[in-house]
Write a protein of this length. Structure first.
Length: 192
């Protein structure tokens, strides 16, 4: 009203997503729309039509694209095995991420680029891991290995000793490939 551009709503607005997401995945929740845009551009049939998809209105995109992408990329929903151990492990990861994020935000100017990268990747991997655990994905142990590698590289950096990273990575991979760690991990997390 202040600038004379006020337009009274003529139709009742509907806020939110057109239909609910069928995934608990952090990656899917945050990036599904970009996949929908890419798929709509691919289906549009030409370069100029594809550009119009990216610059056009959301209602110009075929609403069945998300359903098609969900069928292609998401596994059927399974019941989450929510034992006390599973809930405690999930909550522990989320609390660690929140505490890390709090101190990261508080001390941001004092970190160098390597430490900032570590914290960002650690938090992102943890959030992706939590979503994958809720969906009972079988590839979450690779995320755990990635987090261990990140932690080892941080210790190596803080200690100023690159040999520590090499020794810890060799030790980590020996344990991973000579013991049934993956089986124990699934037993611990999923009780299966």
């Amino acid at each position: 009203k202040l600038f004379g551009t006020f337009q009274k709503e003529e139709e009742k607005p509907v806020f939110g997503l057109t239909h609910p997401l069928k995934s608990r995945s952090f990656l899917w929740q945050h990036f599904h729309y970009y996949l929908e845009l890419l798929e709509a551009a691919r289906r549009s049939g030409g370069l100029w039509s594809g550009i119009k998809i990216f610059l056009g209105r959301p209602e110009d995109i075929d609403q069945s694209i998300r359903t098609d992408l969900e069928k292609r990329f998401l596994l059927p929903k399974t019941k989450v095995n929510s034992t006390f151990r599973f809930k405690a492990y999930m909550n522990f990861q989320l609390v660690i991420s929140l505490v890390l994020l709090f101190f990261f935000t508080l001390l941001f100017p004092y970190y160098d680029a390597y430490e900032k990268s570590f914290v960002i990747f650690f938090i992102l991997i943890t959030l992706v891991n939590c979503g994958a655990m809720l969906e009972q994905q079988r590839w979450i142990h690779y995320l755990e290995i990635s987090r261990l590698v990140l932690v080892c590289s941080l210790f190596s950096y803080v200690l100023g000793n690159p040999e520590f990273l090499l020794v810890s990575l060799v030790f980590l991979f020996i344990i991973i490939y000579t013991t049934p760690v993956q089986y124990w991990y699934y037993k611990f997390v999923y009780n299966s």
